[in-house]
Design a protein around this ligand. Structure first.
Ligand SMILES: C[S@@+](CC[C@H](N)C(=O)[O-])C[C@H]1O[C@@H](n2cnc3c(N)ncnc32)[C@H](O)[C@@H]1O
Length: 271
């Protein structure tokens, strides 16, 4: 199956970053129970997935499968999908440590090589839905779900780090960065709640609930964090000798708080 340019770039990025990501966030993503998003709110409190025992569950962008392993322990028949082979190597190691074995699929969530209607739940916590064009993932999720099946996802929503991006644009508009950055709009697509709901309804979903939640975050080490996460696409366009100066300049304009906004998606395919 052919990969989009964005998915190819994203695959190369996650293959490169996987080891560091798994090490740096081991505690956060190695949670002892399923917990959602940056808030780490326990699924047992929110109950958005419901009882997964005996259900077919697909995780889009499973990374090292920490979420999938927890759901498999609850009796779900899980399939983990990820675009990065290195992330899936970590998933295999974690499954072996947990004494579990379930299918892992190496593919982009844009085109999932699985048959129609095989899942009761398709979910994503800061995985593929955060990186892929929703015009592709939403119809794919609708195709993969059985009638009555549930789609649950969380990703960046409209206004996500808008203040931070404005600071990066301001710095990037001046020399020596302008040649590399002016006119470039970046790979982001932070959808609003209403347009996402319309998209879901057009793809045939019902009981659609979408909402935005502002979640300002101050990382422990803002320059290191924004270099690794928020400014990564900018730095890929800049020569290496400009990286330190650019990160420092953007941080001094933006301040250390990042204005994250999360988009929550909860929708059901009609029975
Ligand atoms: C921030 S990581 C999160 C992984 C996991 N959900 C977790 O909580 O640790 C994002 C994951 O999405 C995957 N991803 C990005 N684009 C994807 C795509 N087009 N299809 C499938 N997975 C994708 C990456 O390879 C990476 O493993």
């Amino acid at each position: 199956m052919s990969l989009s340019d964005e998915a190819r770039r994203n695959r190369a990025y996650w293959n490169r970053k996987s080891d560091e990501y798994q090490e740096r966030h081991a505690e956060f993503i190695g949670r002892p129970e399923p917990r959602w998003g940056v808030w780490q709110i326990p699924e047992s409190e929110l109950s958005v997935l419901g009882d997964v025992a005996g259900r077919d569950v697909l995780e889009l962008g499973c990374g090292a499968a920490q979420w999938s392993i927890l759901l498999a322990r609850q009796g779900a028949r899980v399939v983990g999908l990820d675009n990065s082979e290195r992330q899936l190597e970590h998933a295999r190691q974690n499954m072996a440590k947990a004494g579990l074995d379930f299918p892992l699929v190496h593919a982009s969530a844009e085109h999932v090589p699985l048959p129609d209607g095989g899942f009761d739940v398709v979910f994503c916590d800061h995985g593929a839905v955060a990186f892929v064009d929703p015009y592709k993932t939403v119809p794919e999720a609708a195709r993969l779900l059985r009638p009555g099946g549930l789609l649950v996802a969380q990703c960046g929503g409209r206004g996500n780090i808008a203040r931070f991006h404005a600071a990066a644009r301001e710095v990037g508009a001046a020399e020596p960065y302008a040649d590399h950055l002016v006119g470039w709009t970046g790979p982001w697509n932070f959808a609003g709640a209403e347009e996402t709901a319309e998209r879901l309804e057009r793809a045939g979903f019902a009981d659609v609930d979408t909402w935005l939640e502002p979640y300002p975050v101050t990382p422990d080490d803002p320059p290191a964090f924004v270099r690794a996460v928020c400014l990564r696409p900018h730095l890929e366009r800049l020569p290496a000798e400009l990286h330190d100066r650019f990160v420092e300049a953007v941080c001094s304009v933006s301040g250390s708080e990042l204005d994250y906004v999360r988009l929550n998606i909860d929708a059901r395919k009609p029975s």
